[in-house]
Design a protein around this ligand. Structure first.
Ligand code: COA
Length: 157
């Protein structure tokens, strides 16, 4: 069971994610999304172990409470695989901080654009990405399965 209780004197730090964090990232992803939208544990190992894609975690008192996982598709295009913040830690600027760190890392990797897919029903994430400068580009019908659409968003960095 994922702990979402927030301590009063929280002190959040940020660091790159590693393959040792895959299990915890997966648990947080399971807590954030319904089946069909959440990722399998294999996806985390694929990105962190095989691809060695950049990821970053937010840590409170030694425990990961949020993370961002990125990848690269074409030459200069980065992909935001997911960004997940445990419920009790949202609206504190942690998602914005993780996204800024990841965008810098993607820029260093040679990316000039970052794209992502988001569930059309995920109003929080759409509000977040819009605030962070991402622009809706396409409506992807049945992206998550029949009747479950996504939007493609992107941002030039
Ligand atoms: C989307 C998510 C990562 C945002 O993380 P967060 O740490 O809460 O975001 P921040 O506090 O950095 O928010 C920055 C700004 O984004 C916007 N924003 C964030 N959450 C929002 C919401 N629920 N509704 C509308 N706008 C929102 C606001 O402008 C916010 O600034 P403000 O709080 O000063 O108004 C978080 O809600 C989450 O983990 N959701 C579940 C997983 C998920 O859907 N991930 C996206 C995958 S596509």
């Amino acid at each position: 069971m994922i702990e979402t209780q927030v301590k009063a004197a929280e002190k959040i730090s940020f660091r790159p994610g590693t393959v040792k964090d895959a299990q915890r990232m997966w648990e947080i992803d399971q807590a954030c999304f319904e089946p069909g939208i959440s990722y399998t544990i294999e996806i985390f190992y694929y990105h962190l172990l095989i691809n060695r894609d950049p990821s970053f975690v937010a840590v409170d008192d030694g425990q990961i409470i949020g993370f961002i996982l990125t990848s690269k598709t074409e030459k200069a295009t980065g992909l935001l695989v997911t960004i997940d913040i445990l419920e009790g830690y949202r609206r504190r600027g942690l998602g914005a901080k993780l996204l800024e760190i990841a965008e810098q890392a993607q820029k260093k990797r040679g990316c000039r654009t970052i794209k992502l897919q988001v569930d059309v029903k995920n109003r929080a994430a759409i509000g977040f990405y819009t605030e962070m400068g991402y622009v809706k580009k396409k409506h992807l019908r049945d992206y998550y399965g029949p009747g479950r659409d996504a939007f493609l968003y992107s941002k030039d960095i």
